[in-house]
Design a binder for this molecule. Structure first.
Ligand code: KMH
Ligand code: ZN
Length: 301
């Protein structure tokens, strides 16, 4: 039987801004439609952030998530994954609120602090419609803070609800941090490890970086983990192809990349899911349904 590959689609995030792409979902209806279409195209999991519907600015209040969560629940059986990363300038208390309120099957959990460099984006996109956008991207001193205490706070806040985690690891140190929490008994296998490539401040996107992250995760977690990859920007599909061929799962979506090919903006999140699916199926593999993803990741359902 062919291996099942879990496709996650991260539909909007908190980094890209509305002026960069008309396809970036901003209103609750747009976020819900993007998530449902991504699921119909083959994503088993949708990773969600909320935005102010007028300005597109990231909004981490629990209320901002309610309208699209309601629509998605009515119209799709996809696995919902809520961000606890929010935007890099938010406090961890603020960041955990939506997941603590809505108790999703999965929440993201960022496994270490890092510099977060957005300079390339500011150079490429200059015509901003909203005041906040340039300020948001122009900050040259962003530290994405995820201390051991912050991580433990998120784990303790969400674990009682049965929420499991997409562990976001931006460098090898973050894998070691996760191993520390596994040793301490604060996280339970199977671990869903999302290795992130190509963000300035984290590991690069060279094939050797991908191999090194996988080798390290294999050594630390053995058969206790499911590996997934996320390539930022133009690295999205090359990294997905590499990892799918190496036994991994893949994440796509406009949170991570606005592109569908060199110089070509994606028309939708679903388009990126279709491209990832072509890669997976072209390798003779199958995409996992939401229920298969639930089984593989031992989710509460
Ligand atoms: N933007 C991604 C690189 C989160 O929401 O917790 C990581 C992310 C963080 O999705
Ligand atoms: Zn996110």
């Amino acid at each position: 039987m062919a291996r099942k590959v879990i496709i996650t689609c991260a539909v909007t995030g908190a980094i890209h801004t509305p002026s960069m792409s008309p396809a970036l979902p901003v209103t609750p209806e747009e976020i819900a439609d993007a998530a449902i279409s991504a699921a119909e195209a083959g994503a088993a999991i949708v990773h969600l952030h909320a935005r102010n519907p007028e300005t597109g600015q990231p909004d981490q209040s629990a209320e901002a998530f309610e309208p699209f969560l309601k629509i998605i629940k009515q119209r799709s059986d996809c696995v919902v994954n809520l961000t606890t990363g929010g935007a890099p300038y938010m406090t961890v208390e603020e960041r955990v609120k939506p997941a603590a309120t809505w108790k999703p099957e999965v929440a993201s959990l960022n496994m270490g602090s890092m510099n977060f460099g957005l300079f390339g984006m500011l150079k490429r996109f200059k015509d901003f419609r909203h005041d906040w956008e340039e300020k948001h991207l122009g900050n040259k001193d962003i530290v994405f803070r995820n201390t051991f205490q912050d991580i433990e706070y998120v784990l303790r806040t969400l674990s009682d609800a049965g929420t499991r985690f997409e562990f976001e690891c931006y460098d090898t140190a973050h894998l070691y941090n996760l191993a520390h929490f596994l040793d301490a008994g604060l996280v339970k296998p199977p671990l869903f490890v999302q290795t992130v490539f190509g963000l300035l401040g984290g590991i690069g996107a060279h094939p050797e970086d991908v191999q090194h992250m996988k080798r390290t995760a294999d050594r630390l977690f053995g058969d206790k983990y499911q590996w997934s990859v996320l390539g930022a920007g133009r690295n999205q599909l090359p990294i997905a192809a590499m990892a799918a061929a190496m036994g991994g799962n893949v994440r796509v979506g406009l949170e991570d990349s606005l592109w569908a090919g060199p110089g070509r903006l994606a028309r939708s999140n679903a388009e990126q899911v279709r491209l990832a699916r072509q890669i997976v199926e072209g390798l003779g593999l199958e995409i996992a349904t939401p229920d298969e993803a639930r089984q593989i990741l031992d989710l509460k359902g």
